[in-house]
Ligand binder design. Structure first.
Ligand code: F6R
Length: 608
């Protein structure tokens, strides 16, 4: 979490930093701050709250300097406050640092530095960094940062400037993302590419323990042994507009509408009518696939929900047992991993700390890992044996939408690839599913046409305190995602239940006027689902159903229904989730919530 930026060039640094931070606010927005070298001094401006508060301060302070660092915070150590905001400085204010990550040994370092006479002002783990750099400083900022980094345990992307070397910006990363933007007579550091896209499309994607030295002459990258590294320039091909709202009121709405394209892009060249599935450059062989006796799908949040759909698809098509687990649990138990285990990690950002830790656990036990991620060059992409990219484009809204549907597409692609290689399903069946997938983009666009109807539902239910999502089989997996979407952006308490489980307890929660969203897209479970809907209706619930066209018999039982186009039930989650995303969006709007930046959340969870 947290976003960092840095700039050295000819422009007004504070403008570039604020512009960059505005693209990183999805990583946290508890506070924001910058430090700029101003007439030979390090000047810090920072405050609690959104970037807009900082902009007011900067307007007043009129910083003109050309070198600086900036930070947008998601609080971990120390409450959101002016004092705990970054940048932090050493005692005499000559060194300033911004940090994304967690310094796990900060208490020991703090005690030691205090015994050396250093005084701390904030409650943050980060404040040890400028003091450590100060401790090791002997006239060379890069050397001091290198020595300080050796003392740090945990995860970090750090940017440092110093009054003593006003034409330098030093940075380092370990387990937190960091890129370098390469401009003409100006260079940048940032936690993510969109922060620099207004200025350059050429970037270095840094590896762990690489140090960056930016000077007027250019950029140098070093290993921790101070050997210079020859980095390959990564040219960003996606459009800067992809990271802008493009006429929509919110990123979330824009991203919901981008789903037809994202679906198409993720399928392109992998699923082609009449051809076998191709998995880009994935190196797993037919023999290796045959030997896999267990698959773990590990992820967090929405990505975990995509994994639940993946389990259904892989078990049904590839006939391999699959366990889906949340990464934060997986990493701290003793999972049974052998050489014949395959792990699939799913992560939009590719930087989620728990998912990355689970991946490393599997690698340490010699299991093979396939990463499904949306971010090229992200940590999971680099550390996995194989990567299948979801081509959703940059997802900015904190609530994941287009990344989720493309993760589902990735699950189908992997299932079909394994099924083809293992011969577990008839070719005719595989061809039917491929055809269904190829038609999905168009059908997703049709679902978006129900917007106005869904807006009306949102008006009716936006004052509810609680809501329940029900489904069976794949519909249950989608119900979980619908429930998460609603609670995270509208703050309405909601739960998802497997509809058959209701009578074992949860049905006690249903009373007059309780809203129930019932998914009934799975043909073979339709009648069972109707019975479950009747059970809650009898107890006073008002029910909105999501069903497939042609199943209008459901209207006899429910209060309202939204229909998705007819598709093979196995791919229905891609369509049935869209009304749920729209419903959450409009409920959030009705309630006046901050849709793109819901409270307490951040887009990229790079801390445990
Ligand atoms: C919810 C949401 C989160 C993420 C989760 C994992 O809308 O976006 O639940 O899915 O934090 O993030 P990634 O996919 O980046 O690993």
């Amino acid at each position: 979490m947290c976003g960092i930026v840095g700039y050295l060039g000819n422009r007004k640094a504070s403008d570039v930093l604020v512009e960059g931070l505005s693209k990183l606010e999805y990583r946290g927005y508890d506070s924001a701050g910058v430090a700029v070298l101003e007439e030979g001094n390090v000047v810090v401006q920072k405050c609690k709250g959104r970037l807009a508060n900082l902009e007011v301060k900067l307007d007043e302070s009129k910083l003109e300097g050309h070198v600086g660092i900036g930070h947008t915070r998601w609080a971990t150590h120390g409450a959101p406050s002016d004092l705990n905001s970054h940048p932090h400085t050493n005692e005499d204010g000559t060194i300033a640092a911004v940090h994304n990550g967690i310094i796990e040994n900060y208490i020991i370092l703090r005690e030691w530095l205090t015994s050396e006479g250093y005084k701390f002002k904030s409650e943050t783990d980060t404040e040890v960094i400028p003091h450590l750099v100060d401790y090791y400083y002997e006239g060379d900022l890069l050397d001091a940062v290198m020595k300080a980094a050796k003392k740090l345990e945990g995860s970090y992307a750090i940017g440092v400037i110093s009054k003593n070397e006003p034409d330098k910006l030093v940075a380092v990363r370990k387990d937190s993302p960091l890129i370098v933007g390469l401009g003409k007579e100006e260079n940048f550091i940032a936690s993510d590419i969109p922060a620099v896209l207004n200025y350059t499309r050429d970037v270095y994607l840094l590896e762990d323990n690489e140090f960056v030295l930016i000077e007027n002459q250019g950029v140098k990258i070093f290993t921790s042994k101070k050997e210079e590294v020859n980095k390959e320039v990564y040219h960003v091909t996606w459009n800067a507009d992809a990271a802008e709202k493009g006429g929509y009121d919110h990123f979330m709405l824009k991203e919901i509408h981008e789903q037809p394209k994202a679906i198409k892009d993720t399928l392109t060249s992998r699923i082609v009518k009449g051809q076998n599935v191709t998995l880009d450059s994935i190196t797993i062989t037919k023999e290796q696939i045959a030997e896999i006796d267990k698959i773990y799908i590990v992820a967090c949040g929405t990505a975990y929900h995509a994994g639940v759909v993946g389990k259904y698809a892989i078990e049904r098509l590839a006939k391999v047992p699959v366990e889906v687990e949340v990464a934060s649990e997986f990493r701290y138990r003793d999972p049974l991993i052998t050489e014949n285990t395959l792990m699939i990690v799913i992560s939009q950002s590719g930087e989620t700390a728990d998912t990355l830790a689970a991946l490393r656990l599997a690698k340490a036990e010699n299991a093979r890992v396939i990463a499904v991620t949306n971010v090229v060059g992200s940590s999971v992409a680099r550390e996995a044996d194989d990567v299948l990219y979801t081509w959703a484009g940059p997802e900015i809204a904190v609530a994941s939408t287009k990344a989720y549907v493309t993760q589902l597409i990735a699950m189908y692609i992997i299932s079909l690839y394994f099924a083809e290689n293992k011969g577990t399903v008839r070719k005719s069946e595989i061809d039917k599913i491929k055809c269904a997938l190829l038609n999905l983009s168009e059908k997703a666009a049709e679902v978006l046409n129900h917007k106005d109807l869904i807006k009306d539902f949102a008006k009716r239910i936006c004052n509810d305190q609680d809501m329940y999502f029900l489904g069976r089989g794949l519909d249950y997996a989608v119900a979980m995602e619908g429930s998460l979407k609603l609670k995270e952006i509208s703050y309405i308490h909601s739960e998802a239940y497997a509809a058959g489980e209701l009578k074992h307890g949860p049905i006690a929660l249903i009373e007059d006027d309780t809203t129930v969203i019932a998914l009934a897209t799975q043909e073979h479970l339709f009648d069972k689902m109707l019975s479950n809907i009747k059970e809650v209706k009898t107890r006073g619930a008002k029910v909105i159903a999501i069903a497939m066209e042609g199943h209008d018999v459901i209207e006899k039982t429910v209060d309202s229904a939204i229909y998705i186009p007819r598709v093979m039930p196995i791919v229905a989650p891609i369509l049935s989730v869209i009304p749920l995303q729209l419903l959450s969006y409009y409920v959030s709007i009705e309630k006046g919530c901050d849709v793109d930046k819901p409270r307490n959340l951040a887009k990229s969870v790079t801390v445990e």
